[in-house]
Design a protein around this ligand. Structure first.
Ligand SMILES: NC(=O)C1=CN([C@@H]2O[C@H](COP(=O)(O)OP(=O)(O)OC[C@H]3O[C@@H](n4cnc5c(N)ncnc54)[C@H](OP(=O)(O)O)[C@@H]3O)[C@@H](O)[C@H]2O)C=CC1
Ligand SMILES: O=C(O)[C@@H]1CCC=N1
Length: 270
C-alpha cells in the first residue's frame, strides 16, 4: 500500500496556506490520521488548529515525506530547518512554482529524493490536476506515494522531463485564475448589456460551471460541444466571430497570457 509509509513514519507539511490546506483537507478525507501529519505554519487558520494535526511541534526523525508548500521566495528561508532530513529515506515533495529540482538538492543534499509537482486550486474541491516529475533518487514506490497523496485531491499526470513544468504551471497551475477572470469578464459584459450586477454574475458563474461540467461528462470534444451551441447565422456565431479572430481573438490572447506565465516560471528558476 502506497500510503503505509506515512501511517508508519508520519509526514510533514511545510506551509499551510491556500494550496497546503487544500491538500491537507484531501489527505484527512482520504483517511490519513491527523496525528500523523506534522504541519509547520506560522499563522495557522482556525480550521488548521481544529483539524487535529500536530501543529508547529517537533517533527519526526525520519518522516515518510515532507511536502513543501511555501512560496518560492520563502523556500530559501524555510528549507534549512529541514536540512537534517536530507540525503536519507525521507521523500521531499515540492509544489512551489518555478523552483527547479536541482535547487532543493543544493540545500538538502544531492542524494535527497525530491519530486516537483504542480497542483491547482480546484484541489480544494477534489477536482485538481497535478503534474509530477522526480529527480534520479526517487524510487517507483516514492513516486506512487506522491501520486497517492495528490490523487486525494484530483487527477495526476507524470511528466517526461522537468522542462515541461513551466508550460504545465502556465496552463493548469495558473489556469483556474483565467477561468475565474472569464466569469468576471462575462458578468461585466452582461452588465454593459443592461443586466444588474447580481443577475449578470449569477448567469456567468452558472454558465461557466455548467459548461465545465458538460466538458467533463461528455464524450464529445470541446470543439464539438462549441459547435452544438452554435446555430448557423445565430447569436453564438456572432460572438465567436469576435472571439475566434486569428489576429486579436481569444487564441492569440491566450498564447500571450500562457507565454507570460511560462516566462515568469522560467524567471523564478533563475
Ligand atoms: N495558489 C495556487 O494556485 C498554487 C500555488 N502553488 C504553489 O504553492 C505554494 C504555496 O502557495 P499558496 O498556498 O498559494 O501560498 P500561501 O501564501 O497561501 O501559503 C503559503 C503558506 O506558507 C506559510 N509560510 C511562510 N513562511 C513559512 C515558513 N518558513 N515555514 C512554514 N510556513 C511558512 C505562509 O504563512 P504567512 O502567510 O504567514 O507568510 C502561508 O500560510 C507556492 O510555492 C506556489 O507556487 C502551486 C500550484 C497552485
Ligand atoms: O501564481 C503562482 O505563481 C502560483 C503557481 C501556479 C498558481 N499559482
Amino acid at each position: 500500500m502506497t500510503l503505509d509509509r506515512i501511517h508508519a513514519q508520519g509526514m510533514v507539511l511545510l506551509g499551510c496556506g491556500k494550496m497546503g490546506s487544500a491538500l491537507l483537507a484531501g489527505w484527512l478525507a482520504r483517511g490519513i490520521p491527523a496525528s500523523n501529519v506534522h504541519v509547520i505554519e506560522p499563522h495557522p487558520s482556525d480550521w488548521l488548529r481544529d483539524s487535529g494535526v500536530a501543529l508547529n511541534g517537533a517533527v519526526p526523525d525520519a518522516p515518510a515525506v515532507v511536502v513543501l508548500a511555501v512560496k518560492p521566495q520563502m523556500m530559501g528561508d524555510a528549507l534549512p530547518a529541514l536540512q537534517s532530513l536530507g540525503n536519507g529515506q525521507t521523500l521531499f515533495l515540492s509544489i512551489a512554482a518555478g523552483t527547479p529540482l536541482a535547487r532543493f538538492g543544493d540545500i538538502l543534499g544531492q542524494q535527497t529524493p525530491i519530486i516537483r509537482a504542480m497542483p491547482n486550486t480546484p484541489a480544494a474541491v477534489g477536482r485538481g490536476i497535478t503534474a509530477l516529475i522526480g529527480n534520479a533518487h526517487v524510487s517507483e514506490p516514492d513516486m506512487e506515494m506522491a501520486e497517492s497523496l495528490l490523487a486525494a485531491v484530483g487527477q495526476t499526470l507524470r511528466l517526461e522531463n522537468e522542462s515541461q513544468m513551466d508550460a504545465v504551471t502556465a496552463v493548469s497551475g495558473s489556469g483556474p485564475a483565467y477561468v475565474f477572470h472569464l466569469i468576471e469578464a462575462m458578468a461585466r459584459a452582461g452588465e454593459s448589456q443592461g443586466l444588474s450586477p447580481d443577475m449578470a454574475m449569477q448567469l456567468a458563474r452558472a454558465t461557466v460551471t455548467g459548461a465545465a461540467a458538460l466538458a467533463q461528462d461528455s464524450t464529445e470534444t470541446a470543439a464539438q460541444l462549441r459547435v452544438n451551441v452554435t446555430s448557423p447565422g445565430g447569436t453564438t456565431a456572432a460572438a465567436l466571430a469576435v472571439l475566434m479572430d486569428e489576429a486579436d481573438g481569444l487564441p492569440p490572447l491566450m498564447v500571450r497570457a500562457i507565454g507570460a506565465a511560462a516566462d515568469r516560471s522560467r524567471e523564478l528558476a533563475q
